[in-house]
Design a protein around this ligand. Structure first.
Ligand code: BES
Ligand code: MN
Ligand code: ZN
Length: 499
């Protein structure tokens, strides 16, 4: 974990291995570049005047200083045109800078907050964003490697400098920035971990770790799930030897008058497809079919550490989806926790089976004001929106407003999809109350319509993160691997809940 601190000082005359400084496009016209009088800025002006550094978005230059009392290296980060600067553009620029810094093998990095204050935002927001850019962008997981470990560098310490702005504001932003980034990284680590390590049992253990921060956990195992009738969840779990865990986390139940919000995360720890087995190509990616569960565990971690004034319930139905002599079959009729019967068409449409019971469980036992589920639910979502947006479905405008607002503040792109009743035609069954799939047309929508039957009319949103789950190569603040999609979004929904 990176150590983060703040200093009410000027970075120019602080001896540190690397200083990161944000500079606008056309730096020759930037008054800040010419106002500063220290030796460090003389070197920066020389670089700018040579034209080597343009300040364009994505531009990065490292220059060296021989000043004994100043930074040894200076990394100039292009911020682009001033009118286009947003917190998200700063987060992206710093994400790229962080990997460069990490790979230079500097252990300690200083950031000049003064040289990023170019937009319409507070010092707290800016500090949070700067910290996020660095921690998120430099993330890497080497837990499963044994060779050449010295090749992998890590930034150990980050200091935010400003002689001008309130240390309290910087500190508060640095603190939330660290909590939120570490929550995203926890999600990424679990999501991208191999299925032989990240089992339902391991996820239950991760949930239990949150007890340290005041989260109460209840783990329902196979036997108890049978006793209480989680039939739809168990239909998927019946095919695997790996013990399933229906994980419940409860934060803030003691808070007087706090509203209750429920989070639900799909956690198929490996999705082979079951009897409707998937083709071998890319099947290894299905280790990440528990990303929704990891989002919820990550988010709960941050919610508890931030001490939000809310009652948050999180449910993570976890199981492998495997073919075996005990596995559920296409054509089976399953009785869900809600009592409604489901005709199974494809055992590969397992996510909605486990979510159905989790949604009903949350609605029935906690009567939340709203529910949010996160799921790598459909390949069709990847086809519809690609990797840059989370597609979501909602039955209630107030939930939509919360999400759209949080999308703006977090920078996570979301797009509302239709949840129209006419799509139910595709879910008509000849033998049961409904089928669980409706064919290829509108595959993400029929999946959402199916889920809507299990919400007991609680205001709800379903976020299909199948497209957004992965970053194929290092980009901005997302290194190759899991993006931890939706963690920052849902944290913003919850911390702005009353606003
Ligand atoms: N986990 C998959 C969806 C998925 C596919 C996520 C690729 C990420 C990348 C889900 O369980 C699934 O298999 N869905 C099927 C549904 C179909 C059988 C109706 C799909 O999308 O093909
Ligand atoms: Mn599947
Ligand atoms: Zn799946």
């Amino acid at each position: 974990m990176m150590k983060i601190s703040t200093l009410n000082k000027n970075l120019d005359d602080y001896n540190i291995p690397l200083a990161i400084i944000g500079i606008l496009e056309n730096p020759k016209d930037d008054p800040i570049v010419y106002d500063e009088q220290s030796n460090l800025w003389k070197i920066i002006r020389e670089t700018v005047e040579l034209g080597d550094f343009t300040g364009k978005k994505g531009d990065l230059s490292v220059i060296y200083s021989k000043e004994p009392n100043g930074p040894k290296r200076i990394m100039l980060v292009g911020l682009g045109k001033p009118e286009k600067i947003t917190l998200e553009s700063i987060r992206k620029a710093l994400g790229n800078a962080s990997r460069k810094a990490r790979d230079l093998d500097v252990k300690k990095v200083g950031l000049s907050v003064n040289h990023f204050t170019r937009g319409d935002f507070s010092i707290t927001e800016l500090s949070e964003t700067l910290v996020q850019g660095i921690i998120l962008g430099s993330y890497q997981d080497i837990e499963y490697r044994t060779k050449n470990l010295e090749k992998y560098k890590f930034i150990e310490e980050l200091i935010l400098f400003s002689p001008d702005y309130s240390d309290d504001e910087m500190k508060s932003g640095a603190k939330s920035g660290k909590i939120i980034s570490e929550a995203v990284n926890l999600c990424r680590k679990l999501a991208w971990g191999p299925a032989n390590y990240i089992t339902p049992t391991r996820l239950a253990k991760e949930a239990k770790k949150l007890e340290e921060f005041g989260v109460k956990t209840t783990i329902i195992d196979r036997k108890e799930a049978e006793e209480i009738g989680l039939g739809s969840y168990l239909s998927v779990a019946q095919g695997t030897e790996e013990p399933p865990k229906f994980i419940i986390m409860d934060y803030g139940s003691e808070k007087q008058g706090a509203e209750t919000v429920a989070l639900i995360g799909k956690a198929i720890t490996f999705d082979s497809g079951g009897i409707t087995i998937k083709p071998g190509q890319n099947m290894e990616k299905m280790k990440a079919d528990m990303t929704g569960g990891a989002v919820v565990i990550g988010a709960m971690n941050a919610i508890a550490k931030l001490g939000l004034d809310l009652h948050v319930i999180a449910i993570v139905p976890a199981t492998d989806n495997m073919p075996s002599g005990k596995a559920y079959h296409p054509g089976d009729v399953i009785t869900s926790y809600s009592g409604q019967t489901i005709e199974v068409i494809s055992t590969d449409a397992e996510g909605r089976m486990i979510l159905a019971d989790a949604l009903t469980y949350a609605a029935k036992h906690y009567q939340p004001k709203a529910m949010f589920d996160f799921a790598t639910l459909t390949g069709a979502m990847m086809i519809a929106l690609g990797e840059h947006a989370i597609g979501y479905f909602s039955n209630h405008d107030f939930v939509v407003d919360k999400l759209e607002e949080a999308s703006k503040t977090s920078g996570e792109g979301i797009w509302r999809m239709p949840l129209w009743e006419v799509y139910d035609q595709q879910l008509k069954s000849d033998v049961a109350d409904m089928k669980h799939t409706g064919g290829r047309p509108g595959g993400s929508i029929t999946a959402a319509r199916f889920l809507s039957k299990f919400t007991l009319d609680v205001p709800w949103a379903h976020l299909d993160i199948a497209g957004a789950m992965e970053q194929s190569s290092d980009k901005d603040y997302n290194p190759q691997g899991s993006k931890g999609p939706g963690v920052r979004l849902i944290i913003d929904v919850l911390r702005n809940w009353k606003a």
